[in-house]
Design a protein around this ligand. Structure first.
Ligand code: SAM
Length: 291
């Protein structure tokens, strides 16, 4: 087993010895606080029957801790320069493998079939590269991978939007998209001092418990999400005006009033006040009316 690397001294020593200068463009902010690592790992509830997929292992600080509790760890890293270093830091953990690639381009279904055959459940656990937080999370959810949960460090502001309830300024199409697939919970807020180098934004660890079933019945998911997106295109506009611009002409606008009435939604409300249940009812009525 290797010495833990989550400390400023060990991280700097490893980077120096391997001649590595971190790349801001790849979101390389490495964790140096063992307490935060513990919080992330324990939120995922891993054990020796479960697997962990890590996105962006960096120099392996989190990977090591995952390997101590999970049956299998697969870590996808885009930066080839880190591979020899990871080989060194993960040397004592034969059940932890590194895959070189861009997580947004990999065939994750195939990766799951090949790498996680012998585990009961898989969690995604990561300190995500911040420049692609939302695309990564939405890609994981939309592919409907067999995940138990996703525990990730992301920008605090994005975590708050994902977990937001109707009525506030954080609530938007991202909240609804995430909550359609998961039950979100902010585990902890993290100061920027626990990273090397320190990012400019505050961070949070969010746990997304993946739902077996969506919380609402939706016939056509893609249309449902179109309705949600359209409702937030101009946040200050009413639901009526946003939907009218997207789905109706001057001549057909009258139908929208009937749709909103049938769905029990006041036309003067704003998109940010509607619950996910109301969006489901609305998209059902709207889809009928547009047929
Ligand atoms: N897990 C390490 C830690 O906590 O110290 C590093 C986290 S760092 C915030 C993000 C990592 O993601 C970096 O190692 C970076 O090279 C990697 N990365 C960036 N874009 C990626 C992508 N598209 N696919 C896979 N890894 C990526």
């Amino acid at each position: 087993m290797q010495e833990d690397i989550a400390s400023p001294k060990r991280t700097n020593e490893l980077l120096k010895r391997h001649g590595l200068v971190l790349k801001k463009s790849l979101g390389q902010n490495f964790l140096i606080d063992p307490n935060i690592l513990n919080k992330i790992v324990s939120a995922a509830h891993l054990d020796d029957t479960k697997g962990a997929l890590e996105i962006g292992p960096g120099i392996g600080a989190l990977t090591q801790q995952l390997a101590k509790v999970a049956k299998r760890v697969v870590a996808v890293e885009i930066d080839q320069r880190l591979l020899p270093l990871l080989e060194e830091t993960l040397a004592g953990y034969p059940h932890a493998a590194v895959v070189h690639g861009d997580v947004l381009k990999l065939d994750l279904k195939q990766l799951f079939e090949e790498r996680f055959q012998d585990v009961d459940r898989v969690s995604v656990v990561a300190n995500l590269p911040y420049y692609i937080t939302t695309p990564i999370i939405m890609m994981l959810l939309e592919q409907k991978l067999p995940l138990e949960n996703i525990v990730v460090m992301i920008q605090k502001e994005v975590a708050e939007r994902m977990a937001a309830k109707p009525g506030g300024k954080e609530y938007g199409s991202l909240s609804i998209a995430v909550q359609y697939y998961c039950d979100p919970e902010i585990v902890t807020i993290v100061p920027h001092t626990v990273f090397i180098p320190q990012p400019n934004v505050d961070s949070a660890v969010i746990k997304l418990k993946v739902r077996q079933q969506p919380p609402v019945e939706v016939e056509d998911e893609s249309f449902f999400f179109d309705v949600v997106h359209a409702s937030f295109v101009q946040r200050r506009k009413t639901i009526y005006n946003n939907l009218a611009s997207k789905f109706f002409t001057k001549e057909t606008k009258g139908t929208l009033e009937q749709v909103l009435q049938a769905a029990g939604i006041e036309p003067s409300r704003r998109g940010e006040t509607l619950s996910i249940e109301e969006y489901a009812v609305l998209s059902r009525h709207l889809s009928q009316a547009l047929k």
